[in-house]
Ligand binder design. Sequence first.
Ligand code: NAD
Ligand code: UFG
Length: 337
Amino acid sequence: MNKNIIVTGGAGYIGSHTVVELLAQGYKPIIIDNFCNSEKSVLKGLEDITGKRIDLFEGDCTDKNFMTNVFAKTKPVGVIHFAAFKAVGESVEKPLAYYQNNVVSLLVLLEVMKKQNCKRLVFSSSCTVYGTPKKLPVTEQSPTQKAISPYGNTKQIAEDIIKDQVVANTGLSAVALRYFNPIGAHPSALIGELPLGIPSNLVPFVTQTAAGLRNELTIFGNDYNTPDGTNVRDYIHVVDLAKAHVKTLDYLYGKSNFYDFINIGTGTGTSVLEIVKTFEKVSNQKLNYTIGNRRAGDVDQIYASVDKSKEVLNWKTELSVEDALKDSWNWQLNLSH
Ligand code: NAD
Ligand code: UFG
């Protein structure tokens, strides 16, 4: 049976961990990546973890000829579409680059999928679509709010485009997974997040500070309406997140003209200070940090309702924030050597 799955952005942070889990479940992942935000060394890590040769097509998802050729050669039965730009702040400075890469890649992909009769799609969306939620935890019934960054807007536009393509009776079956905050690395420490330049996300900044690459972590505000005053997020281990994609592909089998969106989180909120304290405990390091001003655009707190993911995907997280921080630290130590 054909188990070929195209993984766009498969050399990236979440994509690479998903490739491992796809292989573990008997799928045959085929990576498409242009390495604009990843490195080829990821492939070595993947081959060391899985003991298998990884199929890769190097190229750009916005290039229709390239995409058509890859689909014609590999005849995939499904696609997981990770490829996108993802830096919220950068998207405010370079909106056109974000719309071009994130929206055009999806348009090209959907057209090629239709022409090549590939009918299953899992799309990387984000809890950013909920904006500032009025009620917690956030369920899939919670209203979406107008995005405050071009990046967030590309996720909302993408969800609409996919839904419209399903309404058009193309036979497509698709699920948008709305991730909460992915952290951690593979427990082997052979793959993980590779932030280019100064990280804007919390956990890479924490591990780089502990490794001596940054002087100190600034906690962006401790006067929020939360138990300890710092922001609360739902931090999910990237290996759990990767497994959710495999479950979603399974879920899409046998469905046609189907669209849904599902929260992917742990269901538990953790504050920035709790992350710092837990990191200190699992790494046995003292972290140099200071309290600074609020960062523009941060919501007080957000965490997921996980009822739907449990019910429809038969999936829930197995790893803790402690596990994730331990794995992130081991990955950082491996990178620093
Ligand atoms: P990442 O940058 O590590 O991975 C993305 C990969 O896609 C990279 O390897 C990059 O080289 C590749 N890529 C980008 N544009 C491409 C193009 N046009 N053609 C071919 N390859 C291209 O990012 P990630 O953290 O793994 O995120 C994956 C997806 O999940 C993205 O769509 C992102 O928006 C979404 N997401 C991420 C987070 C997060 O916090 N990491 C949260 C919510 C949603
Ligand atoms: N934080 C700090 N100091 C830092 C970095 C982050 O205190 O140096 C805090 C932030 O203020 C926030 C928390 O750590 O309270 C988490 O911040 P991240 O940047 O790691 O993650 P966000 O919750 O801001 O971002 C996530 C995803 C985005 C998505 C966004 C939507 O990474 O893809 O949620 O809210 F768009």
